[in-house]
Design a protein around this ligand. Structure first.
Ligand code: SF4
Length: 374
């Protein structure tokens, strides 16, 4: 295919490809259009789908996975266009890892991540400044994948790296081989759960609140801490509570509880197992027929697992009754997907995600270090 021009979502595109024309149509009318556009684009386009995407979208993905798996695929694919059915930081990561001639598309630019938004680069730089030369001489900055590219670059430039929930422990070990302390951004829960599982007591962890002077931490506590946790969280996983685990124990004594490490420490302590989305899937796959699980993660994945494993006699339910939905992931609709693909067929790249070159360099350093860690 010929190289096509990039336009922003707000630029005028041909009338037939205007987003409004798609959003007024029902979901199911998009299926044939998506399939036809995919067939026309062939191997020029690859669709990457995060596990938390809705069924009507993820069924079109060439690859599904958590952010670690998808970032590895993004670093290996040779497709000209990567269409990311996920959220903004994932598309940014794909662009950082992409080859110079590849372009990354996020079907809806409003698909962000509330956790990633909790660490702004100015706040992180202020924190680093406040720590002073002594406070950071042995400090390794480490960021969760769920952060802006600028935060990844910040860590890369200062000798740190990126991790995901799949390889957080390996990343902590990497950091402790090079320094005495870790500044972990932006998810306090993943940081706390990972460090605790490595034998670091809670008393050696502090929480840095960017909205308080000196992070709201006394100099003495800061000095004694091995782990400085940024005060961020996932609004989806933080909704799971210890009492949800208690209720499962009382209503379904045979059921195993498995939760994502973005859940609170109190919830993780009560669970039978903790794991990334890939790990959760693996545990359920390996479980014998008749096994049952209450799963503490995003509801689309839980429902999909319930459907998939029901014929094998495995029962899967959500840890809380209401089921936690990631509203930003949900923004990627079949209409947005059809719109992005049909625009590509027409020669328009819409919603391209492009990370600035200076940010890209150091973000790639941090991501490359991550890809070496398991
Ligand atoms: S589930 Fe949580 S961390 Fe993941 S994209 Fe949604 S808000 Fe962000």
């Amino acid at each position: 295919m010929e190289e096509v021009a990039a336009v922003s979502a707000t630029d005028a595109v041909q009338d037939s490809c205007s987003l409004d024309n798609y959003l007024s149509q029902p979901d199911h009318t998009m299926d044939d259009r998506i399939a036809a556009a995919r067939a026309t684009l062939g191997t020029d386009v690859v669709l990457l789908g995060h596990h938390y995407q809705r069924d009507e979208v993820i069924r079109f993905a060439d690859y599904t996975g958590d952010s670690y798996k998808l970032s590895k695929i993004a670093s290996q694919t040779d497709a000209k266009y990567m269409l990311f059915c996920g959220v903004h930081f994932m598309a940014e990561t794909a662009d950082v890892l992409a080859k110079p001639w590849q372009q990354v598309i996020l079907p809806d630019l409003n698909a962000g991540c509330s956790m990633a938004d909790m660490a702004e680069i100015g706040q992180v730089e202020d924190c680093w400044e406040s720590l002073g030369p002594d406070g950071k001489s042995e400090l390794i900055p480490l960021t969760y994948m769920n952060s802006a590219a600028a935060i990844k670059a910040f860590c890369g430039e200062r000798g740190g790296l990126v991790c995901t929930s799949s390889n957080a422990r390996g990343a902590f070990e990497w950091a402790f081989a090079r320094g005495e302390k870790i500044l972990f951004l932006p998810d306090q829960h993943l940081g706390r759960n990972t460090a605790f599982a490595m034998g670091i007591p809670l008393s050696e962890m502090v929480v840095w609140d960017p909205y308080q002077i000196n992070g709201g931490v006394s100099p003495d506590r800061l000095k004694a801490a091995k782990i400085i946790l940024w005060k961020g969280h996932c609004s989806v996983h933080q909704r799971f509570l210890p009492e949800h685990v208690d209720r499962i124990r009382s209503n379904y004594p045979q059921m195993q509880v498995i939760v994502h490490p973005e859940c609170r420490w109190e919830v993780c302590q009560k669970a039978d197992a903790i794991g990334s989305t890939e790990r959760i899937i693996e545990v359920i796959e390996k479980a014998p027929e008749g096994a049952s699980f209450a799963v503490g993660t995003e509801i689309h994945l839980v429902n999909r697992l319930a459907k998939r494993f029901a014929p094998l006699g495995k029962k899967i339910i959500t840890l809380d009754d209401s089921g936690c939905l990631c509203t930003t992931m949900y923004r990627i609709s079949p209409q947005h997907l059809a719109w992005a693909l049909e625009n590509l067929v027409q020669g328009n790249v819409v919603n391209r995600i492009k990370v600035d070159d200076d940010v890209k360099h150091w973000a790639k350093v941090a991501l490359d270090r991550m890809l070496e860690v398991r």
